[in-house]
Structures are given as structure tokens and as C-alpha cells.
Design a binder for this molecule. Sequence first.
Ligand code: GAL
Length: 681
Amino acid sequence: MTGSTLFSKLPKLLHGGDYNPEQWLDRPDILEEDIRLMKEAGVNVVTLGVFSWSVIEPVEGEFHFTWLHDIMDRLYENGIYTVLSTPSGARPAWLDEKYPSALRTSRKRIQNLHGQRHNHCITSPDYRRLVRAVDERLAEQFGAHPGLILWHLSNELGGECACELCQEKFREFLRRKYHNHIEELNQQWWTTFWSHRYNDFSQIEGPAAHGEKSIHGLNLDWKRFTTENTIDFLRSEARVFREKTPEIPITTNFMHLYPALDYNKLSKEIDIVSWDSYPRYGNPDRSLYDISAENAFDHVIMRSFKKDRPFMMMESVPSLVNWHEFNKAKRPGEHRVTALQAIACGSDTVQYFQWRKSRGSYEQFHGAVIDHLGRNDTRVFRDVAEVGALLETLSEVSGSTVRSKAALLFDWDNWWAIEDAAAFSDKTKKYPQTCLNMFKLFLQNGVDVDVISSEEPLDGYEVVVAPMLYLIKPQVADHLKKFVSGGGQLIGTYITGYVNENTLCYLGGFPGGGLTELFGLYTEEIDTLYPKEKNGVQFVSDAPVSGTFSARDYCEIVKIQDASVLATYTDDFYSGTPAVTVHPYGQGNAYYVAARMEEDGMNALLKQILADAGIACRPLPGGVEYHRRQKADTAYDFYINYTTQQQEISVESGVDLVSGRPVGGTETIEPLGVMVCRVQL
Ligand code: GAL
């Protein structure tokens, strides 16, 4: 799919968002005005139907689609395409009244009352049957509509249910996983400790604060089960559309780095990855660049799920949200750079929640393109229209993808396992933050990096960074060895390879699973420092990096087998012992950074390793972000200036599509400016 646009019907960048006209069916004047204003704002796509169940099916078995037909037709006649959502994200009252098994149960085993959204028992056969019934009708009614480009299943799937149906399904999951052999489970969960042995699968309950929560294997398997059950639900929705409308692709919208579901696994079930981006812009303690770097991490995780095609930023907001601690308005110029960041990172869409503010209820003060004022001469409307026009100008970028030679491993299983480990310090483990910090180094150096799960094949990468890979599955150790022996440069860190896939410690030395051989060392102890403590990491005289850098939080004491020492600790009883090492393995090198070394030290090491691997860093002024998208032999170099000053950047010869000017060499990028340089490769 590399190089082709997401939708043949709409081969350009998409601009639009969630449109909930069912709130305004008694105001035809507003519906009319909406279409007029959408065209003015350069909107070419809307998402209909999210949370529309109680209007589509106000009583069981009675379906009302005329309003949806009318609106979809009118949109299409006006050049606006539709992403059509299934309504399963929130249930009508009649459903919960008649079928209480659809209500979610908490870990305390208390069943919810009707209300809110995302609160279903996704195992409930009643809920699934009723979802299928409405989905089938949607597919039949709208599958052939010329304006339909994508099915959007549910909305931000999330959470878990602990009802008896789910408990029994969890037990089935365990029976399958442990070959119906309770002793295998007892062994992998190490239940002899504290006398937690089970005699039968029927005795097992999912984790609960007032029950069992001390078995790491149980906690981890429960999370895996929740992901598997969510996938099972997603498939049950997808099946309807795959059968009835195989030509229409499917998505479900993800949230940010959401801890409760392994998005990597979910992404395999859908055709296009989409997600909803709501960074906390405007925090006076942080720069816009820094807040945006975090958002770039999320964007890149999403784009890395399917590297051969663009992703979609399904939701964002042109002004403020209503659910942050402080809901600050975007400053002038901010919307443009933040919207363009999504495109730079590989999205082919800028979409909003929502088009028009709801008059009442929970999101009545959430930002939207059209405010309660109902006018098009607002700052927000103008900002949106400006982005619409810019996306039109940048049309040719659609379908291009980011191609990286470097990868950062980020893994949900590992995240869950580290988080749950009764070890280290809950205050400083910070696994996602540590990965984000590594990501930011790539960003500062102007090097595109994919963020992928540890199970992904590593073919095509030159440099792989694997921070804190505490949980190592056997095939992952094999991948890493194959990567390095084939010529790759791998950076591993402290807290790597402590446990197997079920959280049993590796015997005979960490990093286990065969990785002591790869890194040429083993860890004897780990020292968890108090926040005010630090150690020093001093590079040896013939190391490719020079200097002494501080280390915080974690210092492992390692024993060398046949690695070379690049740096040693400066303090404490392990002063002089190895802190950074390298081990040539096959054609490549396995680096081990045994301590949480401060940013400057990690950056110096990373830059050296990138240079050795032939990956060029792109010098950038502080506050400027860079990404390259590519299509055949054309590159689109995005430069985004998050600062309020002009910045000098060095660009390759080409044309800036934003200004239409030929560019090359040193160029000035305006405050909160963007440049998109088309470069022939
Ligand atoms: C998203 C959700 C939307 C809307 C939005 C508000 O998480 O999908 O329906 O609630 O948040 O920011």
C-alpha cells in the first residue's frame, strides 16, 4: 500500500471531524448552515453516527435511518464524504433496562447502573446480539452509499468488566493458554509461594483489591485477556462489515498511550489506524515544543502500527477541551502548527471533535469548530478554515509515509509487567516516560524513528533502542540476536531481561532469555537511588564518547563476560565498575547502558551510534521539529517552528509547498511557522 492514498474516492488530505446532527434534527436551518460553513472551512469528511444508538433505534427493533440518509446524501452532494460509525460506544436506556447483562461490573464485583458510555460488558451475548443487529442494518442501508469511505467501529474501546461471564471467559483463556493443565499455571504463576496454589481453573478469579492481586502472572494474564476479549468484540463487529461491504475499510479510534489495552494487537484487526489527540497545550511550565514532542511520540506509535500507510488523526480540537485540569484556549497560530504536526508524523487527516458545540449535556463547553455563537467570523473558525486551505495546498503529500532506519521498542506487556513488579521504585520506574525521553533524543537530532513492539521483526533497521525491556519473550531474544548478528546496533539498558513472558525470573543471570550472551555481561545487583541521589558515569579515554554524566534512579552492577567497557561509575561501593559497555556480536554491536544516564550522556552515545550506522542527524534549532514523508522518489520535509521567534534552518534544495517558494541552504522559518519542502531524491 506504500505510496497510495487511504481512500481512492478522496485522494487528498482529509479535513473535518465528528458531526452529530441528530442533536439538531428539529433545526433544519442549523443543518443547512452547517453544510455551508463546512464548505467554507475546507471540510471534506465528517464522522457520523458515533453514539447515535438511541436515535437510530429508539426502541428495540425499530430502526430510524431516514435522517441519516438525508444528511449523508446532502453532505455527499456538497463534496463531503462520510466516515460512518457504529453506535456501540454508548447504549440506549431500553437496552440496559431489558438486558442488564450488558452493564459493566467493576473489580469490586459491583454492577454499574445505566449511564455514561464505554461501560459495557463486552462479553454479554445480549449486548453483542443487539450490536450485531444494528450493525447489519447500517451495512445494508449505507454500505453502497457513494459518500461512504470508512467504517468506524464503536468509539475509543476501553476498560474491563469483571462480571461472572467475563470471569468464566478468563478461565477459558487460561485453560487454553496453559493447555488445560493447572500445574502448568501453578508453575508459571509461582503459586506455591504464600500457599496460592490452585487445584482447578474454576477457583481462579481475576485480580481485585479485595481479593487476589499479588500474583504477577495472574495480573498480567488478566490484562492480556482483557485485550483478547476486546479484540474478540471488535472482530464480532468487524465481521458484519467484512462480509457485507468488503471494499470499505475499517477503523476503530484509539486514545493516547492508553495503558489498559495492547493497541499493538488491536491494530492488527483494522485496516487503518486512527487516534484522538488531546495534548495539554498552554501549560506555562512547559514549552509548546515539549508538549508537542509528547504528542509526536503518540503520533509515531500510531503510525508505526502500519508503516506502509498513513494513519488518521480522528479527533483533535481547534481550541480548548473541557476535561483537562485547566482548559486553556489555543493561542493564535498554535492550531496551525499542531494540526500540521499530525501530517508531518504521517497522518493523512486533521479531524476534530466536534463540528458544532452541543447545546447541553457533558460536552457543551468542549471546543468545536462552530461555537454557540453560531458565527463564522470567530478566531477559531478562521484558524480551522486556514488549516483547511493549507491541507488543500498540501494535497500531494497524501499517501506518503515515513521510512525510518531506527526503531525504539515500546511494549504493552512489558509496561504492565514493570508497573506490577513489586521492585525498584514505583515513583521512578517510569517506563513510558523513559521511552519518551529516548524518543525526544531522536526528535532533537532530526532522525525519524519508528516506535514498535518488541515482537516486531527488525528487518530494515540499522539502530534499535530497547529501554528497560524487563520482560523478554524467547522469540524476542532471538529477534534481537538476529538483528545484531546481521549488522545492527542495539542499545539495551538497566532492567532488561529480568523475567520471562509470565514474569518468572530468569535464572543464571539477567538479561536472561539468552541475552547475557548477546550483551556479553550479566547483572549482579541493581541499586535503586533515592530521588536526591546521583552517581556519575565516566567514559574511558578510548571510548567514542568523552565526559562524565550523572546517573539517577537506577544503577546496575554488572559483571563482564566478554563485553568492552566504555564507561564506569564514579561513586559509591561500585565506583570503577562498568556502567556502559559494548559487545561486538556477529556483524553488529550490542551496547548496554547499565544506569539511567542523564540526557546529555545518552544523546552523545546515541549520536555516535547513529553516525556509525550511517544515519545522518539533521541539526535543528531548539523548538523546531522535523519529519520526512516519502512517496516514490519524492520526499516531503516538514519543519515546524514551535517558538515565537524566527529560526534558521538548513534545508535541501526543493520547493516549500506552503509558500510556493524554491528553497535550499539556510532558510528562515517564521515564528509558529511551518515549511513543507518537496525534495527530489
Ligand atoms: C474523545 C471522545 C469524543 C469526545 C472527546 C472530547 O475521547 O472520543 O467522543 O468525548 O473525547 O475530548
